[in-house]
Design a protein around this ligand. Structure first.
Ligand code: NAI
Ligand code: COI
Ligand code: MG
Length: 355
């Protein structure tokens, strides 16, 4: 029996989680493994119920589970709250509390979705298979922040802070991943202007000495965001900070078709893995059966791979997704001419049937 903390969250979160759980139920019956789901409120729904983004006792409960599957949190309803009370704080508490410093976000263009990419055909034909390795519990999102009045003017600040040890451990993850792929790491920073990026670059260079078989290059983030669109085939593993990884992975998702396709795994050393789609709560399409559940379903596959060592089951889910796409089923975000338009529920059902 594997205990999984399930956090549906807000907006489309519960809709996509529902489909991922149906897929896990199917895996359970096919592979003879049992999952126990422990449902936890976090985000806006927890604010409405308990007045906080996530309760301490729920955080402790999550830590006792083997893995966490999360939908998404937040939405306009809670936008006016002070920063420390906003739903998104639940994410930081979960990520920080679980010490999951390595956020793996694979951006792969499926052959069937070549028409969904906004890039030119000759670029798309070169293929896109990128792994964004994003540092997840440091940098700007976790550094000192605040507001004060200075010389009669209101000032707000967020601080990018990285220690050598934080950079070293995430760099190792990127180099190890590259060894199993095309052996290329592009470290993305802003070392021409940020001191934290200069420490980042020096440290990545030091770690690279232990990986002479892996080719390392450095790129400034502004150039990287342009190169991703110009020629994504040049990238294998992108190693970057919390904020740059957040932004670049949304961009990477679009060139492979949709943000509704990108899964993620957040891992630490020996701690509980956290699995979530990279997208948010999509308030514009919530409650309309329009959300693409594939990112969450693929996140569940990553959970089976990394937390439960169930490679066969993970592959079965990934294959089931490919079959659904090959058969022409598309949610609205990835729909192209002559395909079969389906909603969230039907896409989940078809993927289940393909397992
Ligand atoms: N991990 C999390 O819980 C995250 C939460 N958020 C929160 O979500 C709320 C909305 O944020 P946005 O900036 O609008 O980003 P978003 O990712 O929720 O939506 C951006 C666009 O992508 C579309 N989209 C997102 N997921 C989709 C899916 N599965 N299928 C089809 N289309 C999809 C949306 O309809 C929207 O047009 C905010 O409160 C934000 O803070 C944002 C990002 C991550
Ligand atoms: C609140 C943000 C840090 C969530 C997000 O956009 C992400 O992790 O991709
Ligand atoms: Mg994001």
């Amino acid at each position: 029996m594997h205990g999984i903390a399930v956090i549906p969250g807000d907006g489309i979160g519960p809709e996509v989680i529902e489909q991922a759980l149906l897929v896990l139920d199917k895996v359970s019956s096919k592979f003879g493994v049992k999952f126990e789901y422990i449902f936890i409120d976090a985000g806006g729904c927890a604010i409405d119920k308990y007045g906080v983004p996530i309760r301490e006792e729920d955080l402790e409960l999550v830590k006792k589970c083997e893995a966490t599957l999360l939908g998404a949190v937040g939405g306009p309803k809670w936008d006016g709250l002070p920063g420390n009370l906003r739903p998104e704080q639940a994410l930081l508490k979960l990520r920080g509390g679980l010490k999951v410093y390595a956020n793996l976000r694979p951006a792969v263009l499926y052959d069937e979705l070549k028409d969904s990419s906004p890039l030119k055909k000759e670029i798309v034909d070169k293929g896109i298979d990128i792994l964004v390795v994003r540092e997840l519990i440091g940098g700007m999102y976790f550094g000192p922040k605040g507001r004060e009045v200075k010389d009669g003017d209101e000032v707000a600040y967020d601080t990018e802070v990285y220690s050598k040890s934080e950079v070293r451990r995430i760099a190792k993850v990127a180099f190890e991943a590259a060894r199993k792929r095309k052996k290329k790491v592009t470290s993305v920073d802003k070392a021409n202007i940020l001191e934290s990026s200069r420490l980042w670059r020096e440290t990545v260079e030091e770690v690279a000495k232990d990986y002479p078989d892996v080719e390392l290059s450095h790129m400034y983030v502004d150039n990287a965001s342009m190169q991703l669109v110009k020629d994504p085939s040049q990238f294998d593993v992108i190693l970057t900070s919390n904020m740059f990884g957040d932004i670049l992975s949304d961009e990477a998702s679009m060139i492979v078709g949709s943000i509704g396709m990108l899964a993620s795994a957040s891992l630490g050393e020996g701690s509980v893995g956290l699995y979530e789609p990279i997208h948010g709560t999509a308030p514009d399409i919530a409650g309309q059966d329009l959300a693409n559940p594939i990112a969450t379903i693929l996140s569940a596959a990553m959970m089976l791979r990394y937390s439960f060592d169930m490679e066969d089951a993970a592959k079965a889910i990934e294959n089931a997704v490919k079959i659904a796409l090959k058969e022409g089923y598309r949610t609205k975000d990835i729909y192209t001419e002559n395909c079969k338009l389906v909603g969230t529920k039907q896409m989940g059902k078809i993927i289940c049937e393909n397992i």
